[in-house]
Write a protein that binds this ligand. Sequence first.
Ligand SMILES: [Zn+2]
Ligand SMILES: [Zn+2]
Length: 167
Amino acid sequence: MLKVAKTYKTNLAAICLTPQLNAQLPAWYHIATVHRLMQEATIKCLIKKHKAITVADFLKISNGIRNAPIENHRPTPYCCCRDCNTDRLLNCLNPHDCATEATIRLQQINSKWNPLTNLPASDNLLLMLSRKARNKQAKKNNKHITFGPSITSKTDLTECFRIFIDP
Ligand SMILES: [Zn+2]
Ligand SMILES: [Zn+2]
């Protein structure tokens, strides 16, 4: 979807995505991630065995490390915590390494897109209610609407792509 969006010169326009939407973004070439050298064996394992694609997958894989005290995870390849055992069922040889790699990659994601960071407390740029009402009317009559720059998208990533053209 991001590739298609680039081809058609659209923008990922949501200023603020909900953590759920952030989790839907692909993790490997995250738009805001500093690209990191790939640790070959671990990366192969994450792709082939864990089938890790989205940020949500990375959240799942890194759970043992991020919540180590609750999950009783130990930083060794032989850890027997619930998450590591689940990973072993996928034939992962070193669940700790894979979880570490997933954790690092999550932490590198820019806070704007990072589901680990909390949503901003307030959103000052919301359209004034009166303008919203005017837009509703304009939409009905097929007139121009004023763009509300701070919409936090709540339902689906696809609604975050917008094409801006000269009127
Ligand atoms: Zn573990
Ligand atoms: Zn693995």
